[in-house]
Design a protein around this ligand. Structure first.
Ligand code: SAM
Length: 279
């Protein structure tokens, strides 16, 4: 049964219409009002599923005004669904401020999960998924973009970025410049007819995408780098892991740990001896 005075945050497909959930279709058909980023765009989706409900726009530049109207509808006991052009609202899309304001007024906010390009790309990337950072869109200006990339360089885990196709090559070149020659994946046109995963070192991927005009939507995934590996596993934990193998001598342990952690052999050896003596 439909709860009144509830804000539903509903994910819609990122390309393939089959990726909407049964629950999303049901709730969209039951709410009093649907707030959409682009009403004309969303009308096509709603028509496809035979949903006919009052629609209002809610996008970046009318958030304040429309947010207040949507809150008013909620205060009057109406149920409202928020959708964006594609994927999960609030993820590089409008919605966060509305959710924040609804929460502040104790209006129930119910997420209805579904497609999200970042997670879709990550799951098929083959890169580590236990720890990842979604950093959204890099700034469009090169100076700011490089500063942004430096700030995420040392983060452990996989990095996931959104990018516009016409900026893809510039951003990949900056990734090589700032983060080094890491493995990257460009996930293009996910769930659509021309879905494609371009994998390789940054230079290899730049060479591939430079062969033609990049079309469609893209997610960039970046493998954890050495700086990140150091952060993720400090010398002490590398040593402890290696010391668990009783077949290795302290000298061998120090040698391997120095390579993994990027420290000198003498530093690794001294630390290994300290740990051994303490154990
Ligand atoms: N809220 C959306 C989500 O949940 O993924 C993201 C909206 S954001 C404005 C749009 C960006 O998401 C695109 O520029 C692209 O980076 C990524 N994106 C969306 N759909 C995609 C798809 N089918 N394939 C690849 N990337 C996609």
């Amino acid at each position: 049964m439909m709860a009144t005075a509830t804000l539903y945050i509903i994910s819609t497909p990122i390309g393939n219409l089959e990726d909407i959930t049964y629950r999303a279709v049901r709730i969209l058909g039951e709410v009093d009002l649907i707030a959409a980023e682009d009403t004309r765009h969303s009308l096509k989706l709603l028509n496809h599923f035979g949903i006919s409900k009052p629609l209002t726009s809610y996008f970046d530049h009318n958030q304040q005004l429309k947010g207040e109207r949507i809150l008013n509808a909620l205060r009057q006991g109406k149920s409202v669904a928020l959708i964006s052009d594609a994927g999960t609202p609030c993820v590089s899309d409008p919605g966060y401020q509305l959710v924040r304001d609804a929460v502040a007024e104790n209006i129930p906010v119910v997420p209805v999960p579904g497609a999200c390009a970042a997670i879709t790309a990550l799951t098929a990337s083959g890169l580590p998924t236990d720890n990842f950072t979604f950093a959204g869109f890099p700034p469009s200006r090169q100076g700011k973009r490089r500063t942004f990339l430096s700030a995420i360089n040392a983060l452990p885990g996989t990095l996931v970025l959104y990018e516009a196709p016409h900026r893809l090559i510039d951003t990949l070149n900056d990734i090589r410049e700032v983060l080094g020659e890491r493995q990257v994946i460009v996930a293009r046109e996910l769930t659509k007819m021309y879905e494609e995963f371009i994998r390789g070192s940054v230079s290899e991927v730049v060479a591939t995408v430079s062969q033609g005009i990049v079309r469609g939507e893209v997610v960039i995934l970046i493998a954890p780098g050495e700086a990140a590996a150091d952060e993720a596993e400090p010398l002490e934990s590398v040593l402890q892991r290696l010391m668990a193998d009783s077949t290795l001598s302290i000298k061998d342990i120090a040698k391997q740990a120095a390579v993994i952690s990027g420290v000198s052999r003498s530093e690794a050896y001294a630390e290994a001896l300290r740990l051994k003596n303490n154990s």
